[in-house]
Design a protein around this ligand. Structure first.
Ligand code: ADP
Length: 274
């Protein structure tokens, strides 16, 4: 039974205090390793666009400026690298804000279908250029109410739909969004008939900077942060993304959203569970 011996009780208290401290130290160490790796990754990834822009600008200064056609071409390339850099910094900032808990979710009730329609409109040109059509599954209701951070879930949907358009070249591409009520939640699915993702890569695509077949993704202007952001935002909503994919056939990204009000989930705790 429970000991009432005061020395034994005190001992037990000390032991549990020590084990709590040990856990705290282990957590700090893990965070420190994480931050160091993060910084190393970021510095490495920033180099590519910086070197590229630097190269074009210096070549211009070294004389390429004399030729108007070449000058314009180089300036365009430098601008493209800088735009990519800007994009990467934005993405890194949102990841770090979500991880540190600085960015609180703004949860509200809204129509997810309407939001996805707006995203379809914004991406129409991009999709047309690739002969990809965007649409809803037939069983998606005319109105789909969710409780979520509207701006951030917009970001999630945009990233998933952009990827679905980007990673295919089949001239009859389809991107289908399905929003369906299931067990009192909304099941969101984004399906494409694109390249698909090799099985060994599927578990890694949510890591920051991870790209399947680097050259191909790079030529498509990716920086490997889109899905890392998706993961973070969904974690803050207390949910996660599942992937089903087969090479040559296509992929489905899916997750659940709440139909009821909820408290924000701590991303750091969710990360620690992994
Ligand atoms: P990126 O900026 O490279 O698109 P993401 O984090 O959005 O970065 O995606 C990581 C990688 O996962 C991509 O480089 C791509 O290889 C793969 N990927 C993501 N979505 C899809 C998809 N719908 N079909 C095939 N591959 C995909």
């Amino acid at each position: 039974g429970e000991s009432t011996n005061p020395i034994k009780l005190a001992n037990k208290k000390i032991m549990s205090y020590a084990s709590a401290k040990r856990k705290e130290i282990a957590d700090l160490k893990r965070m420190e390793v994480y931050r160091r790796e993060f910084l190393a990754d970021v510095s490495h990834e920033l180099k590519t666009p910086i070197f590229a822009a630097q190269g074009f600008v210096h070549t211009l200064l070294d004389g390429a400026l004399e030729d108007e056609v070449i000058a314009k071409r180089f300036l365009k390339k430098a601008a493209k690298s800088l735009d990519g850099l800007d994009n990467m910094v934005h993405n890194l900032l949102s990841i770090s804000q979500l991880e540190s808990g600085d960015a609180k979710l703004v949860v509200e009730r809204y129509d997810l279908r309407e939001q996805v329609e707006e995203i379809f409109d914004q991406l129409e040109n991009k999709a047309d250029k690739k002969y990809v059509s965007l649409g809803f599954s037939e069983d998606t209701a005319p109105e789909v109410l969710v409780y979520a951070d509207r701006r951030r879930i917009g970001h999630v949907m945009t990233n998933l739909i952009v990827n679905a358009i980007k990673y295919q070249d089949n001239k009859a591409g389809l991107v289908e969004v399905s929003l369906k009520e299931e067990d009192g939640k909304i099941l969101v699915k984004v399906t494409d008939n694109g390249f698909g993702i090799p099985e060994e890569d599927v578990k890694r695509i949510f890591e920051r900077f991870y790209r399947v077949e680097k050259s191909r993704a790079k030529s498509k202007g990716g920086n490997g942060l889109g899905l890392a952001i998706v993961r973070h935002i969904l974690q803050a909503h207390g949910t996660q993304c599942f992937v089903k994919s087969s090479v040559g056939l296509g992929s489905t990204f899916s997750f659940y959203l709440s139909t009821e009000y909820f408290e924000e989930h701590d991303v750091q705790t969710e990360l620690d569970k992994e």
